[in-house]
Design a protein around this ligand. Sequence first.
Ligand code: SF4
Length: 328
Amino acid sequence: MRKVRASMGTLGVLGLELVQMDTPPTTAYLQIYTEERCKANCLFCAQAKDSRAGLTHIARGMYVPADLDAVVSRLKMAYEKGYIRRACIQTALYDKWWEDTVYLIKRIRAENHIPISLSVFPLADAKYNELKNSGVNEIVIPLDACTPALFDKIKGQSAGGPYSWERHLDGIKRAARFFKSAGTHLIIGLGETDEDAVKIIDELHGYNVNTALFSYTYVPGAQLVLEPDKEESIRHYRTVQLARYLILEEISAYPDMRFTDGALCDFGAKRDVILRIIEDGTAFQTSGCPECNRPMANETFSMIYNFPRKLKDDEVASVKKELRLGWC
Ligand code: SF4
């Protein structure tokens, strides 16, 4: 393997591309290089076997092929200088994925103590063990959908894919026993309610699993085309971000919260506490592994779902409006 895919922002920080950025990534976002399509068929994904999208896309991010030696050596310098504080590797399901993944991890680890996150599908315990011994610090198994029915429709059997909700959940729980830190990704905006999202985040937190939130993003050529109502989708996203923060900080939990027809109407915490959290803004920053800020992964210049840095005062004011709580 002589190449690796890297996000444009990552190549910018590594000095391998000239990229203008408001907020540079603090994590190096990498993907295993292959020209093959993934054997899975997640409907939102550009890489999926039946997708017609270009292989360079992950959500809104462009992952372009780069020279592996150059990326590995620049990554060492960027980590030592403090520009990059984590490496995140995305895999895909193709014949040589395991060899290529282990090779990339070992190449990075041979020169660098940088924390490594690996985003992968559920694996056998022996493979988790091998990954841990190779130097993976955080393992992330994206559930993507919030309910078993949505999972089946979007990335399971009904979508023509090999995955099942039960195997993913089992793989996540086992990973949480092997690694000090295990996580998952949820894509918000696939048709779930507030309650669906909050319930699974709370359940995963009970297994010691950190949920990172992504917003649904249309990728040209991908199989899934949703056109959600803009105001409702941002209300839903902000509500789930706030509820997630309350759950992970153990300020509230799913059983303390109240819902009307799936819409969250009571966060299960006092208003002054919630107001302080909203005004602090951390709940609306990018969630996931430590030092992961994913600038422009889902965002456009007019809509920021995950803030890659501290919120400014006018952004906190916008978030308050977007939440539509009626009292702040
Ligand atoms: S949360 Fe960030 S660093 Fe962790 S796997 Fe996801 S994208 Fe990578």
